[in-house]
Write a protein that binds this ligand. Structure first.
Ligand code: TXA
Ligand code: MG
Length: 320
């Protein structure tokens, strides 16, 4: 596996050619790093499952360069879904739509729907457009972590997660730290009304197109195979416990206005909800570098992105 530290236009072309040849390319998005493969190449997509150790019936999001690619991958697209795409793409939003013939079962986990996203990060968009110039249709990319691990928000975190498992011709594109830091909002648009499956930076508060969104708790959507919807996910080795009294020796994560309990190791003190989201996964990783046994996290209050952070923290702490 090679790390491309300088993502010049020339190197992005190299990466697009690697994808077209069936290799894997990990790349930055504004949410988290993705592990990309040609979404029409079954062998390449199967390697994503191997490298991540992910169960093969879990569907993978297809990344496209713009709204204009939507109808290649999806059919019977409702108006509300087009409005959502127009409002939030490129951006941290994934729409689940009825799949077209192009979206094969190796992408959709045998379901009749497909997840689609136009990412906002310039390197990801460049990679997509170079890939499409070569005849590519879309890049399948889950988060670039081992199954149930913590999603990487830097290229070095990708190396830690997957370096041992990627092949000699696979690439990792080194970009900035992901600006949002948690995965995209997922909205199921296969029914009469949009249903929120995974909260993220795009939230109901953002836009009137989202007002009709039915915030069904994820657990009730049992028919959908979605590992991000597992109760336990995003877990470091350290035991994450929410809102507990911190003891000396524990790690501690909370907004900056909450003082550090005596004897604990403060992992971060974000001043804003956006900053909390950006540093969340790096803080979980840091707990493991420091070989902490326990991490006490105080989830932020509020709606929107704060809700998405609480969702991830609840999953990281599940069962602890
Ligand atoms: O921000 C993101 O969405 C990142 C970046 C790389 O784009 N990707 C990401 O992918 O988080 P992943 O695979 O780690 O999480 C995607 C979630 C999974 O829970 C998957 O099961 C669900 O989306 N998903 C994908 N396609 C689906 C479908 N057709 N129906 C239901 N859920 C789907
Ligand atoms: Mg994931």
């Amino acid at each position: 596996m090679e790390i491309i530290s300088n993502c010049s236009q020339e190197m992005i072309k190299v990466a697009a050619r690697a994808l077209k040849a069936g290799y894997l390319v990990a790349f930055p998005t504004e949410t988290v790093y993705g592990l990309g493969a040609d979404a029409t190449n079954e062998k390449a997509v199967n390697r994503i499952f191997e490298v991540k150790a992910r169960p093969s019936n879990h569907p993978i999001i297809v990344h496209i360069s713009s709204m204009s690619q939507l109808d290649n991958w999806a059919i019977e697209i409702p108006d509300f879904a087009r409005k959502l795409g127009k409002s939030f793409w490129p951006g941290p939003l994934t729409l689940i739509l009825k799949r077209s013939q192009l979206a094969k079962s190796f992408i959709t986990g045998n379901q009749d729907s497909v997840g689609l996203r136009v990412p906002g990060e310039p390197i990801a968009l460049d990679l997509l457009s170079e890939f499409e110039k070569l005849g590519g249709k879309g890049i399948a990319a889950p988060s670039a972590n081992r199954f149930c691990g913590v999603s990487p928000t830097t290229s070095s975190a990708v190396v830690e997660e997957l370096g041992l498992y990627m092949g000699p011709n696979d690439l990792i594109l080194n970009g900035n730290q992901c600006s949002i830091g948690i995965e995209s909002t997922i909205i199921d648009c296969t029914g009469d009304v949009p249903i929120l499956l995974r909260p993220g930076a795009v939230s109901i508060q953002n836009n009137q197109n989202m007002n009709s969104i039915n915030e069904t708790p994820f657990q009730s959507k049992k028919l959908i195979n979605a590992p991000g919807l597992l109760n336990r996910h995003y877990s470091p080795r350290a035991k994450v416990v929410l809102n507990a009294t911190a003891e000396p020796g524990d790690g501690f994560l909370a907004m900056s206005n909450i003082p550090t309990p005596v004897g604990t190791l403060r992992l971060a003190a974000p001043n804003t909800i956006q900053e909390y989201s950006r540093i969340l996964y790096a803080s979980l990783r840091c707990a493991d570098y420091k070989e902490l046994k326990r991490l006490i996290a105080i989830p932020p209050e509020g709606q929107g992105l704060a809700m998405a952070i609480r969702d991830r923290l609840n999953r990281a702490a599940y069962g602890n």
